[in-house]
Design a protein around this ligand. Structure first.
Ligand code: IMP
Ligand code: MG
Length: 180
């Protein structure tokens, strides 16, 4: 943490770099075990998943294809608008493939519900979800999350890819902001 700036309304560190690394390695072990000998199309949901995805795929001992999707539903607020728009669609065909979708955090589930249906509609063989953080108490859509790193309470977190109004994505740890 020594090299990091802190947001002015910073409350506390939720997960340190070391704790994140441990979670990532545990998740990678499980995925390596479950998909042994198979190929995976790993789809990162931009922008929030970029750091997590990068660390996770380095620990995968599976042949991976990498793709990204970008959707919008949040604007700059901390509440989902309930509508999801595709900003950037997949660039690879998902037809017949085992797809692993990587998210930073699942909150209402609205984003992932939309993305799973989108990928299945395009003919994927299977879609599994991996998220670093999970806020199960805020769920509005029931999405089948196969892999998650940590369950958290209803707090707004930033860092390690996650933003508040597009800021703080570059923090190497995950922190909680004070409510204003
Ligand atoms: P959902 O559609 O409500 O599940 O929202 C998921 C998206 O909202 C995530 O991919 C994040 O980009 C964003 N999000 C949800 N909670 C937080 C948070 O605590 N900090 C930063 N972004 C969040
Ligand atoms: Mg996101």
């Amino acid at each position: 943490m020594e090299n990091s700036y802190l947001p002015e309304n910073f409350e506390r560190v939720l997960l340190s770099e070391e704790q994140i690394a441990e979670i990532v390695s545990t998740l990678a072990e499980r995925i390596n075990h479950d998909f042994q000998g198979r190929e995976l199309l790993v789809v990162g949901i931009l922008k929030g998943s970029f750091m997590f995805m990068s660390d996770l795929v380095k620990a995968l001992k599976i042949t991976c294809h990498i793709d990204f999707m970008s959707v919008s539903s949040y604007g700059n607020a901390t509440q989902s608008s309930g509508r999801v728009n595709i900003v950037k669609d997949l660039s690879e065909s998902v037809s017949g493939k085992d797809v692993l979708v990587i998210e930073d955090i699942i909150d209402s589930g609205i984003t992932l519900d939309f993305i799973i249906r989108h990928i299945l509609n395009k003919g994927a063989e299977s879609v599994s979800l991996c998220t670093l953080l999970n806020k199960p108490h805020r769920r509005k859509k029931d999405v089948p999350v196969k892999y998650w790193g940590r369950e958290i309470e209803d707090e707004f977190v930033v860092g390690y890819g996650m933003d508040y109004a597009e800021k703080f994505r570059n923090l190497p740890f995950i922190g909680i902001l004070k409510e204003n």
